[in-house]
Design a protein around this ligand. Structure first.
Ligand code: SF4
Length: 478
């Protein structure tokens, strides 16, 4: 085990984000702006980062394992001259965490070079790949993204837009693609609008990003979300919109609001912080608690905790402090010191919680291990009672649309009832937000959202082959 062993313990037992995509066309500082855009999207993926650039002739690529700050230095940015760029940060939802799987993926096909960056997961990637391999295609990576590259090559007799339209009709899953060629930047969103993708404007340049917080960072204005099934084609003449695939039942990932997105992002016109705060308010109405203070697990639960406190009329306090400098890679403590994993990341503020009845708001419980540690931290710091309130419903089903969740067997709510979980995490009481309350907090119709990880209602059929390592397994079998 080397000193860069990734620790799962310190990640606070949350689902891991999919990926982040950022692209810009027609700007002299395209490379640096993409670098800053990726910084803003770093929370969506910390395993690898990459930027592809063009000046109109060929495509350059620089990518590597690690955070944006680890992959790029001044020299790397200087090498990457270009007036258009496409960047990507990755957490592996399909394929191993190895550099060959870092994105953007650059391919050459009969019309020239092309860079591809993908957020999401293609549920039928394995079937398409098996078919293509039987017909002679040779794959370089275990990314589902490479399937699209091969389809483009196959449908590439006409122009790129035709090749893409043909390819997209075959793909199933949740996806947002960024594609860069010497002539054009393209953004595509899946027909159900599961994964987010927005369009922004910076002066005369157009920008694409997984979340609008990246627009704020680079000084761009949000224009709109890319629509389900839409392909936006950006070149020197501006933006064109093509309905590449017929839109299906719209099911935006509700977990973007609960946990994944940054609170300063707007998704579908709604601010994430405001939605989370409303979830907290709704939770306080559904599951009140007699307590002296409300605190949240930093950072993603703070908005919901403040909403809970306001609605309940109980003071909101900072009861837990997060160490922001513990990244994903650190020397994992051995078994004896395993409990340090959470302590490295979080500490309880004794001055605040000693002798108090505490409401602890968290956005979700996945396996329950971290919740148990946090409750214990608060008790050791002197909390008299700890009432755990979760601002989403029990998390029972795996995600196949671009989020890395544990298998159902590891999801505590899939295995145990609320009373058992309450006992396991050591809380005085435990309550979850109802599905109806969650949807009410967002203020739009239930039918507009994917709620599959709560109710198992998958809008797109998922085969047993749709998991994270499906393509590796397929390769091993063949
Ligand atoms: Fe999002 Fe859950 Fe649906 Fe996956 S299953 S897209 S995490 S709501």
């Amino acid at each position: 085990m080397d000193s860069r062993t990734v620790s799962r313990e310190v990640e606070l037992d949350k689902p891991r984000e999919a990926c982040g995509v950022f692209g810009i066309w027609g700007h002299p500082d395209a490379v640096r702006l993409t670098y800053y855009g990726l910084y803003a999207l770093q929370h969506r993926g910390q395993e690898s980062a990459g930027i592809a650039t063009t000046q109109g002739q060929g495509i350059n690529i620089h990518k590597g394992m690690g955070l944006v700050s680890e992959v790029f230095d001044e020299a790397a940015l200087k090498d990457q001259e270009g007036t258009a760029a496409l960047g990507h940060v990755r957490y592996s939802t399909t394929g191993s965490s190895v550099v060959v799987n870092a994105q953007p993926l650059v391919i050459r096909y009969r019309k020239g070079a092309l860079a591809l960056a993908h957020n999401g997961n293609l549920v039928n990637a394995r079937q398409i790949r098996d078919k293509l391999e039987k017909e002679g295609s040779i794959f370089q990576t275990t990314l589902d993204t490479e399937v699209l590259a091969h389809l483009i090559a196959r449908y590439g007799q006409g122009d790129l837009e035709e090749a893409l339209s043909g390819s997209l009709k075959v793909l199933k899953g949740g996806y947002a693609f960024g594609i860069l060629t010497e002539k054009v930047l393209i953004g595509i969103r899946d027909p159900h609008g599961i994964r987010p993708l927005s369009l922004g404007k910076l002066g005369n340049s157009w920008v694409l990003a997984s979340e609008t917080c990246a627009f704020d960072t680079v000084g761009a204005e949000t224009a709109r979300d890319v629509n389900p099934g839409e392909m936006v084609v950006i070149d020197d003449n501006g933006v064109r919109s093509i309905q590449a695939v017929k839109p299906g039942r719209r099911v935006f990932c509700i977990f973007e609001y609960i946990y994944f997105a940054r609170p300063d992002s707007n998704l579908d016109g709604l601010n994430v912080h405001a939605v989370r705060k409303e979830m907290g308010r709704q939770l306080a109405r559904e599951a009140p608690a007699d307590a002296d203070l409300v605190t949240g697990v930093p950072d993603s639960s703070l908005s919901a905790a403040s909403g809970f406190a306001e609605e309940a009329g109980i003071p909101y306090e900072i009861g837990l402090v997060k160490n922001r400098y513990v990244g994903r890679t650190f020397i994992q403590p051995d078994q004896k010191l395993r409990a340090l994993g959470v302590r490295l990341k979080l500490n309880a503020l004794e001055k605040v919680v000693r002798g108090k009845r505490v409401v602890l708001v968290d956005d979700s419980i996945v396996r329950g291990t971290t919740s148990r540690h946090i409750v214990q931290l608060l008790r050791e710091a002197g909390a008299q009672e700890v009432h755990v309130r979760i601002s989403s419903p029990p998390y029972r089903y795996s995600c196949y649309y671009g989020i890395d969740t544990s298998a159902s067997a590891e999801l505590i709510a899939a295995q145990k009832g609320i009373t058992d979980i309450e006992r396991l995490v050591g809380a005085d009481s435990l309550a979850y937000l109802s599905t109806e309350g969650l949807v009410r907090a967002i203020g739009r119709g239930k039918a507009d959202y994917c709620l599959a990880c709560f109710n198992g209602d998958y809008a797109i059929d998922v085969s047993a082959d749709a998991g994270k390592f499906a393509l590796e397994t397929s390769r091993l079998r063949s």
